[in-house]
Write a protein that binds this ligand. Structure first.
Ligand code: GLU
Length: 557
């Protein structure tokens, strides 16, 4: 067969030889154990948590082995606005602090010697390899039209090959030079297919770094390695890129396991040593409606999109720690034993990565985040909250800025210096509603109906005599004295022995104040809340409460 002549006919303009290319990509100089790995996202417009999970695993593998991490944009399938979609990926990676050793900047500058790091700029390289494979008879042009349905192609195949379900040879696999020339002279476009060497009976074994040895049916399909638009699909592009770029470990989703036999045949046809794959399990979720486990999906789960975490104002460490927890459950114990260490100090290797699909659980993330935020100082929390608001709630940002002292105090509440800081805040988006009583006077009150009369009477006196005390103790002494003078027990023992002799105890009186000021029976330290609001606002709220109660605006509990 005139394979070389066919190759020349197909690619007269491809002058670059495979040898030239191989020279351009010298072997990396690595020391023992150093991992070269990569994150290879396709720009689809969002960064999915599953992809980010891989990026984060790769990042850690490189970091923990003093290795190399590069970013490769796989945009050969992407006809849409690649630049914007790329920008989203870069933004997420940068905001989470995932730094790459090699990548292409958004304005097109390659950092590193193994570029270009964007696949659409590597078409010439792919075509040179395709030409080479055709020239040695390992690949061939296919002129079947896209418009020809699968049925037609199957028919064509049936006519050419014996009925054999096991292999999927393509009708064009043995076209002669003259036949190819006829198509080309007709101006027909062509795809390039790998000429599989298998018959459909073979099985192969391959090693996965997470799952161990796997066995599968060997590829027996003449699959497309260059599409009719001249650009390769994932399989061909990644085999060439990972080889040229010196990848030693490729972390990718387990959905690629089924096509690994085809990929391995490609490596062999290209004369490449196969790379080590590490197929990570996909992140799952328990479906709220069915209760079944399913893949986390960008269609149904807002948390599948990494932007969600910025929008909701999760500290980036909360998300990263949660992901670490999913990668290796040992992280949780490590964190408990090392509460003050940075997550970066938690080291893991390839074999420590979970082989079981992790279940995403927002409650668990919130839990991790609560602990993390509880360790922030009030000033830090305020700054983070403000930074979030500047991006996602401008109105709130100007309120926070208008009285920074007040809002810093709010953030410090039950935190700085507290023996047990409150663990209640898990993101910045929840804070406005959570502290609603600071921003807005309550309009609804959480109070038992049987308490209305007493509350009204007590608060009328409280409102008249209240002035902002200098300390919690001073304030409490004031409440105690007032409550005592109005028929409340100041001694709990006495109250317990004969509750009917009193209107209630001091705790009850405090509850009235708390409800009037915050609308709720539970809140952080009341004295602090009052000092944040200021004497005037406290009085206004007490008055509001009395008036609105008269109006009957009191929801039953
Ligand atoms: N572009 C592929 C994806 O986003 C990359 C797979 C890989 O990492 O090899 O799924």
């Amino acid at each position: 067969m005139d394979y070389e002549k066919i190759a020349e006919l197909l690619y007269p303009d491809v002058k670059l030889s495979v040898d030239d290319i191989l020279k351009r990509y010298p072997k990396r100089n690595l020391s023992e154990g150093q991992v070269v790995t990569r994150f290879a996202p396709s720009p689809t417009g969002l960064l999915h948590i599953g992809n980010f999970f891989q990026a984060f695993i790769s990042y850690n593998l490189a970091k923990n082995t003093n290795g190399i991490l590069f970013l490769r944009i796989e945009d050969t399938d992407e006809k849409r606005k690649v630049r914007e979609a790329k920008a989203v990926i870069y933004e997420v990676l940068e905001r989470f602090g995932l730094k790459f050793d090699e990548y292409q900047t958004l304005d097109g500058k390659d950092i590193g010697n193994y570029g270009p790091y964007v696949q659409s700029q590597r078409v010439e390289i792919y075509q040179a390899f395709a030409k080479k494979l055709v020239s040695v008879g390992k690949a061939f042009p296919c002129f079947c039209k896209k418009t020809e349905g699968k049925e037609d192609v199957l028919k064509l195949r049936e006519n050419k090959f014996e009925e054999d379900d096991e292999k999927e040879y393509d009708p064009c696999r043995d076209l002669s030079y003259d036949e190819v020339k006829k198509h080309i002279d007709n101006g027909e476009s062509f795809a390039i297919r790998l000429k599989t060497k298998n018959t459909g009976k073979e099985r192969i074994k391959f090693n996965d770094l997470i799952k161990g040895e796997l066995e599968a049916k060997a590829n027996a399909k003449d699959f497309v390695i260059v599409k009719s638009d001249g650009v390769p699909p994932y399989a061909f592009a990644h085999a060439i890129d990972d080889t040229l770029m010196g990848t030693t470990v490729a972390v990718r989703g387990e959905e690629y396991i089924s096509s690994t036999p085809a990929h391995l045949e490609l490596f062999e046809a290209l004369g490449f040593k196969p790379i080590n794959y590490c197929h990570n399990p996909l992140i799952c979720k328990i479906d709220e409606k069915t209760g079944n486990r399913r893949k986390i999906s960008k269609r149904y789960d807002p948390e599948a999109n990494m932007m969600f975490y910025f929008e909701q104002g999760y500290p980036k460490e909360s998300v990263l720690e949660y992901l670490l927890n999913m990668i290796n459950s040992g992280f949780e114990i490590w964190r408990k034993n090392n509460p003050d260490q940075a997550w970066q100090d938690f080291k893991f290797g390839i074999h420590d990565i979970t082989a079981v699909a992790p279940i995403f659980d927002l409650v668990k993330l919130n839990d991790i985040s609560k602990n993390l935020i509880a360790r922030m100082s009030g000033q830090e929390l305020y700054s983070n909250w403000l930074a979030w608001a500047r991006e996602y709630d401008k109105e709130l940002a100007s309120v926070l800025e208008s009285d920074s002292e007040k809002y810093i105090k709010l953030c410090q509440m039950d935190r700085d210096g507290a023996a047990k800081p409150r663990k209640d805040i898990y993101n910045y988006a929840m804070m406005k509603e959570y502290f609603d009583y600071i921003f807005n006077a309550p309009t609804k009150y959480e109070l038992d109906e049987s308490d209305i009369q007493n509350a009204k009477e007590f608060l009328a006196e409280y409102g008249k005599t209240f002035s902002m005390p200098a300390s919690n103790e001073e304030w409490f002494a004031f409440v105690k004295a007032l409550a005592g003078s109005l028929g409340y027990a100041t001694d709990n023992k006495a109250y317990k022995q004969n509750p009917d002799a009193y209107k209630g105890n001091v705790a009850k009186a405090c509850e009235f104040i708390r409800v009037a000021i915050t609308g709720r029976k539970n809140s952080p330290t009341l004295y602090t809340i009052m000092s944040i609001l200021g004497e005037n606002e406290v009085k206004v709220r007490i008055n509001n409460f009395i008036t609105s109660l008269t109006l009957g605006d009191c929801p039953k509990k």
